[in-house]
Design a protein around this ligand. Sequence first.
Ligand code: GLU
Length: 306
Amino acid sequence: MNDLQPLLDEIAEAVKPEFGKGKVADYIPALARVPADRFGMAVCGIDGREWRTGDALMPFSIQSISKVFTLLTALETIHPDELWQRVGREPSGTPFNSLMQLENEGGIPRNPFINAGALVVTDAIAAHSASPVPHLLNMVRRLSGNPGIVIDEEVARSEAEHGHRNAAIAHFLKAQGNLKSEVTRVLHLYFRQCAIAMSAMDLARAFLPLANEGVIPATGEQRFPPLRVKRVNSILLTCGLYDGVGNFAFRVGIPAKSGVGGGIVGVIPGKFSVCVWSPELDNLGNSHVGTAALELFTRKTGLSIF
Ligand code: GLU
């Protein structure tokens, strides 16, 4: 792989006209305080090289990106068959916080990356762990090599105060028998996992094993089995960007996960992981500038999974 620094700097410049076309999430009030014009991008190669530009070291709220870490945790905590009876693996084609589809489909969420599915995954972990959030923090700290990663308590509190839709989803799941723990416990854990703050560089590093058949390149440790990595990447490709996933595959062409904090992190298997952060979202909840940056990245490098 060539030196990617000139390309990343070029992309940071090229996306500037895109600012102002999206909108920072404000349904969680604490997210609305983040300056809209931030942009950071980080790339990690499986050969150990790293590149970054802009605000790549600035922590931001990972929000739904946490759902990848909880899915990985659940898959090593309970038998996959048990989990896949409670949550599907199909794109939802509906907003991430939709209730309608969940009711139509009897309380079985379409996939683990919409809110309903993530609540079920968090519940599955909670049944086997007295302290799921410290476990999760430990996992992301180790994967990213950053022991300083913490929860943004203000964001966690803000979402707990305004998370009425998620509370409605959790209550409906409970009514359908697809939530084992108490609703309040599951919501508390879910809001805390979403409020983890990481930088684009932290996230690119944490996702690198997903680009490398489960092996952490720096240590050679087989952190996840290759089959699990293949499966998680397939769910990222088909469900990782809400109901914008088809358009994202068309424009960018890599398995990835977005969050309403403005982060998008993805992998090109066998090559690298890449993360962008820019808080303005499009109407589906994906980073507007971040998507534009990733589109340029895969076009200019000629690398995608297609
Ligand atoms: N905590 C957010 C929510 O549940 C996560 C949404 C997201 O990033 O997609 O609404």
